[in-house]
Design a protein around this ligand. Structure first.
Ligand SMILES: [Zn+2]
Length: 406
């Protein structure tokens, strides 16, 4: 009995001991688990609370040189950004630049236009030939920027337009130095246009913007006037949506101020597009500008669309220098005289080429002596409007001149 009782006591003791041991083990295990979780959680929370370390600086050849100032210690982790291109910004804005024309002797240093267009450079008050342009006088812009009409004494009028101005600066300056009043049309991608055009205006010439338009083909249909086939940056091309035509025109018209209107650079393709020319003429009308059709193709609808819209306009009669020899330029000027005497006015377009400049230097001072009046383009356009008012039945559109005489 005693043995049995000691045995049972022994069993009882074992049970207590084992349960106690199990309990202790369970306790330790649970504590360990809790500790493990706690540490893990702590580490995890620590990771979250602790901002990620900046990536080690890589060799970044494209990054700008480090500034001389000491790095700011208060925001040590901002320096992640410089190496990470922002995908939301997308690629650099496309300017729709055509490929460089290797034939161009002096490629224009085109730079994107400023976000806000430069304000029109003010013309000197009292400057000869200008009307006050600051007051809201109700005149359309072309009239405000027009030179005062010279006294013609009833003689036939000739206007000499020199376009492609502003890119070849040496020859452009030579054109500005010619006796005026000439009408000088500057390409909107020329350099220092504000200064160049202000100097031209001070020299007594009228200003126009020479807007690039798509030629028909690389060979073109009017010889030198279309040679190369590259109309330049932001040219107006057939099939562009109206808003893009307006955007490109707005860019061209934003490069300088003081102009009376535009004429087309190249454009034997674009000027045959009635929808495209409709947008251009509509925008010129809205801005109060005139249009001179360079007439680089007999199929141009420029004159017809301008006439339908009631836009002041004119059309070139003679290209002076499709053949760049003094003899040819002289022959074209003789043709200009004949047309002016037959019709009352005529418009020539030339370019700042050596032969043209040389011949004009001789020819311009003798214009009056030959019974002609040299006038800015705006004078011929204004006469055309007056003539149409006096003789509305006239077949002549209320622009000036018209025929292709080449
Ligand atoms: Zn041109």
């Amino acid at each position: 009995m005693a043995r049995r009782s000691s045995l049972s006591r022994l069993k009882s003791l074992w049970h207590k001991a084992s349960s106690s041991l199990l309990g202790t083990m369970a306790l330790w295990a649970s504590m360990g688990l809790a500790l493990g979780i706690g540490i893990g959680l702590g580490l995890w929370l620590g990771d979250v609370a602790d901002p990620p370390k900046a990536p080690p600086p890589r060799a970044a050849p494209a990054s700008p040189p480090a500034p001389a100032v000491a790095p700011r210690q208060t925001q040590p982790r901002i320096d992640i950004a410089p190496w990470v291109p922002d995908p939301r910004r997308g690629p650099a804005p496309s300017l729709n630049l055509p490929p460089e024309d290797p034939l161009r002797a002096e490629p224009p240093a085109y730079s994107p236009p400023p976000a806000a267009a430069e304000p029109t450079p003010p013309l000197a008050p009292g400057q000869e030939g200008t009307l006050p342009s600051d007051s809201p006088d109700g005149l359309p812009l072309w009239r405000r920027n027009a030179l005062a009409a010279p006294a013609t004494g009833g003689r036939p009028m000739v206007a000499v337009v020199i376009d492609d101005m502003g890119v070849d600066q040496r020859h452009s300056l030579e054109a500005v130095a010619l006796p005026g009043p000439l009408t000088l049309a500057y390409l909107p991608y020329g350099r220092d246009l504000a200064q160049q055009t202000a100097a031209a205006r001070r020299a007594g010439h009228e200003l126009m913007v020479h807007v690039s338009m798509q030629p028909q083909s690389r060979s073109g249909v009017s010889g030198q006037a279309e040679s190369g086939g590259d109309p330049g940056p932001n040219a107006l091309t057939v099939g562009l949506p109206p808003e893009e035509i307006r955007r490109r025109l707005d860019w061209a018209l934003g490069q300088f101020g003081g102009y009376v209107g535009i004429n087309n650079h190249m454009g034997s393709g674009f000027t045959t597009s009635r929808p495209g020319m409709g947008v251009v003429i509509g925008e010129l009308k809205r801005r109060g500008l005139l249009f001179l059709d360079s007439r680089t193709t007999p199929s141009s609808v420029g004159e017809a669309v301008a006439a339908e819209a009631g836009l002041p306009h004119a059309t070139r009669n003679v290209f002076l220098d499709n053949v760049q020899t003094p003899a040819e330029v002289r022959a074209r000027l003789a043709e200009l005289e004949r047309i002016a005497k037959a019709r009352g006015s005529a418009i020539a377009i030339g370019h700042p080429h050596e032969a043209t400049l040389m011949v004009l230097r001789d020819w311009l001072p003798g214009v009056t002596g030959r019974g002609l009046a040299l006038v800015p383009l705006s004078t011929i356009v204004a006469h055309g409007i007056v003539a149409q008012g006096e003789a509305p039945a006239s077949a002549q559109a209320h622009g000036a001149s018209g025929a292709v005489t080449r």
